[in-house]
Write a protein that binds this ligand. Structure first.
Ligand SMILES: Nc1nc2c(ncn2[C@@H]2O[C@H](COP(=O)(O)OP(=O)(O)O)[C@@H](O)[C@H]2O)c(=O)[nH]1
Ligand SMILES: [Mg+2]
Length: 333
C-alpha cells in the first residue's frame, strides 16, 4: 500500500517547513509514504524549500490557477504515481500532521472511501463566533445537499482511497471542499469523519482576505453548487413561492372585483400576471437545470473511464518534477 500526502501551496515558503516537519514518513498499514506538493505558480521559494525538506514529488503549475484546480492536479498526479490512499493537508500548518494516522484508519479498515478531518470548529479558539456560526450553517447546507453526515465540510484535511479519487471531478474554481463532499454524496462514495487536532493559526487565510469575503464567497459557492446538483429543488421551490404570491394577488383582485361590482384593482391583476410569468420561467429553469445535471453525470462517468484508461496506459502526470528523495529512503530503495 502506498500513501501520498499532498499539499496545495501558493507562496508558502514561511510555513511549509513546519508543516512538513510534522508529517509522517512512515505509517502503519503502508509500505510507502510519500509527499507531494502542488506549487500553484508561487513567486517565492516554495519549491526550493520543499526540495530541501525532502518532498518526493512536485506538481508545478506555471501560473496561479486557484486552490480547486491545484487540488485536482494533485489528485491526478497522486493517482498516476500509484497512490492507494491520498491525504490532503494545508501548507499553513493548520492541521496537526501526526493526525494523518487517524485520517487513514476508516479507509484501511474498509469502512470509508473518503474521510474528512473534523476540526471540532466550536473548540477552535482563534475562530470568531461569526465564523463558527457560518461554518455550522455552511456545513448544515452541505450535509442537506450531499445527504452525508460530515460535521466539518470546509476542512481541507482529508483522505481519499483510489476509487474515490478516480471519481472526483471539481469544476468550481474557488473551493473543492464543498463540491467534493456533494459529489461523494451523490455518487454514493462512502464518507466518514474523524476528529483531528489543529495548530495555532500561523497567518491570515489566503482564500478569504476578510470576514465579508468569507461570507460572500461561501454563500455564493454553496448556492451555485447546490443549484448545480439539485436544480429542481432550488428553482421549483422559488417558482412555487412566487406562484403562491401570484395567486394571492389574483385572489385579492377577484375579491375586489366581486365586492366592487366589476370595478376592481387592475394593478393586482397585472402584478399577479408578472409574478405568474416569473414563476413559469423559474419552473422552466428547473427543468433545464435538471437536464444539464443529468448531462453532467454522463460527462463525469466518461471522465472517470478516461482516467482509468490513462492509469492503465501509464500516462505521466502533468507539470511534474521529481523532488528530493531523502538519502535514507534512497538506500532502502
Ligand atoms: N493551489 C493553490 N493553493 C492555494 C491557493 N490559495 C491558497 N492555497 C493553499 O490552500 C491551503 C489553504 O489556504 P489558507 O489560506 O490556509 O485557507 P484557509 O485556512 O482554508 O482559510 C494552503 O495550503 C494554501 O497554500 C491558490 O491560489 N492555489
Ligand atoms: Mg489555513
Amino acid at each position: 500500500m502506498k500513501l501520498i500526502i499532498q499539499i496545495p501551496c501558493w507562496n508558502e515558503e514561511q510555513t511549509l517547513p513546519a508543516t512538513l516537519a510534522d508529517l509522517p514518513r512512515e505509517l502503519d498499514g503502508f509500505e510507502v509514504v510519500e509527499w507531494l506538493i502542488i506549487d500553484d505558480g508561487s513567486t517565492d521559494q516554495t519549491v526550493e524549500v520543499a526540495r530541501r525538506a525532502g518532498v518526493h514529488h512536485i506538481v508545478r503549475l506555471t501560473n496561479n490557477k486557484g486552490l480547486a484546480a491545484g487540488f485536482q492536479a494533485g489528485l491526478d498526479a497522486c493517482l498516476k504515481l500509484g497512490a492507494d490512499v491520498i491525504v490532503n493537508t494545508d501548507a499553513d500548518n493548520q492541521y496537526y500532521g501526526p493526525d494523518v494516522a487517524r485520517l487513514v484508519v476508516p479507509i484501511l479498515e474498509g469502512r470509508a472511501d473518503m474521510v474528512v478531518g473534523d476540526r471540532e470548529v466550536n473548540k477552535i479558539a482563534h475562530f470568531s463566533p461569526l465564523k463558527k456560526a457560518l461554518q455550522r450553517l455552511g456545513s448544515w447546507v452541505v450535509r442537506q445537499a450531499s445527504s452525508t453526515s460530515l460535521p466539518d465540510t470546509t476542512s481541507g484535511f482529508r483522505a481519499y482511497n483510489r476509487e474515490a479519487a478516480i471519481q472526483m471531478l471539481v469544476v468550481s474554481k474557488f473551493t473543492y471542499t464543498l463540491e467534493t463532499i456533494i459529489q461523494a454524496g451523490k455518487m454514493l462514495v462512502a464518507t466518514d469523519h474523524v476528529p483531528v487536532r489543529t495548530n495555532a493559526a500561523t497567518r491570515e487565510s489566503r482564500l478569504f482576505p476578510s470576514m465579508s469575503a468569507y461570507v460572500r464567497r461561501n454563500t455564493i459557492s454553496i448556492f451555485r453548487i447546490y443549484a448545480q446538483y439539485e436544480p429542481l429543488k432550488v428553482f421549483w421551490t422559488l417558482s412555487a413561492v412566487i406562484g403562491v404570491g401570484a395567486l394571492a394577488v389574483w385572489i385579492r383582485f377577484a375579491v375586489a372585483y366581486v365586492e366592487g361590482s366589476g370595478k376592481g384593482h387592475v394593478q393586482s391583476l397585472i402584478l399577479g400576471a408578472v409574478l405568474f410569468i416569473a414563476a413559469v420561467v423559474l419552473w422552466a429553469l428547473g427543468v433545464i437545470g435538471d437536464l444539464l445535471a443529468a448531462q453532467r453525470v454522463m460527462t463525469q462517468k466518461t471522465f472517470e473511464r478516461v482516467r482509468r484508461i490513462e492509469l492503465q496506459l501509464g500516462v505521466e502526470p502533468s507539470h511534474y518534477e521529481p523532488g528530493q528523495v531523502p538519502e535514507r529512503e534512497k538506500v532502502e530503495a
